[in-house]
Each structure stands twice: as structure tokens, then as C-alpha cells.
Design a protein. Structure first.
Length: 150
């Protein structure tokens, strides 16, 4: 597995964890009597900050662990350089395209829910969910492209 694949895997796992947390909190709110604006907005802030922190810490720890494993395997102090070539950039761009398309579909669903009479908080929750799902789909498509040998 290449360095980029490992970083994408860490990102995928963090997005999945954040998504599960978000959905579980929404489900608990719904069971407790419905969506409350203050709780939804605090959940939104928690999800955004949590995503940033988990991705940064996960990528740093991955880089450190990969360096340690490389040093143990090669028994040298030479630091392995991780270079991104044109293929990596192209795969990243294709992942971004898939992410934008899936997020656009999520925004359409959120707007349709509002147009069909759902409260604005439902639309807001669907927007957040679609952004999380778009990141997960982007990570999965990038992993697929790396595995396929694009």
C-alpha cells in the first residue's frame, strides 16, 4: 500500500467515525423529542472541529508510524521522501470531482426536503450529512483508483 493510499485510508476511517457519531447523535435527538436548533448547531460545530482535528492527528501519526516502520525495515537513518506525481494529482482531482457530484446530489435532496414541507433544521442536517457522505465517497473512489492501478 502506497503512502497516499494509507493517508486516504486514515481519512476514510476518520470520516466514517465522524459520520457514525453524527448519525447517532441525530438519532438520539430524534428519540428525545425532535430536532432542537441549539443542539443541532452545537453538533455541527463538534462535527466540523472533530473532522479537522481527527484528520490532522491521524495524518501526523500515520506519517510518524510509517517513518518508524521504514527505519526499522531498512535499518537506516535515511528519511523516506513521499513524492506526489501527476498520477496522484489526477486521482485527487477525480476524487474531488466525485465528491462535488455527490455533495451536489445531497444539496438537491436537502432542498427538496425543504420544498416538500420539512423544517429548515432537517434541511440543515441533510446538508451536513451530505458533506460527510461526499468525503467518504471521495475517499472510496480514490482508494478504488489507486487499487485499480489508474
Amino acid at each position: 500500500m502506497s503512502y497516499q493510499e494509507k493517508n486516504i485510508t486514515v481519512s476514510l476511517v476518520s470520516h466514517l467515525l465522524i459520520g457514525v457519531y453524527y448519525l447517532s447523535q441525530l438519532f438520539q435527538m430524534q428519540q428525545a423529542g425532535g430536532l432542537v436548533a441549539a443542539k443541532v448547531f452545537s453538533l455541527w460545530a463538534t462535527v466540523i472541529v472533530g473532522t479537522i482535528i481527527v484528520n490532522i492527528i491521524g495524518n501526523i501519526l500515520t506519517h510518524i508510524l510509517l517513518s518508524i516502520v521504514h527505519a526499522i525495515k531498512t535499518r537506516s537513518e535515511h528519511v523516506e521522501k513521499y513524492v506526489e506525481d501527476e498520477r496522484d494529482h489526477l486521482i485527487g482531482l477525480k476524487g474531488d470531482r466525485v465528491s462535488y457530484i455527490s455533495f451536489s446530489i445531497g444539496v438537491l435532496v436537502a432542498m427538496l426536503s425543504f420544498a416538500f414541507g420539512q423544517p429548515p433544521l432537517v434541511m440543515f442536517c441533510l446538508l451536513i450529512l451530505s458533506s460527510i457522505l461526499a468525503e467518504i465517497i471521495s475517499d472510496l473512489s480514490q482508494l478504488y483508483l489507486y487499487r485499480r492501478g489508474f
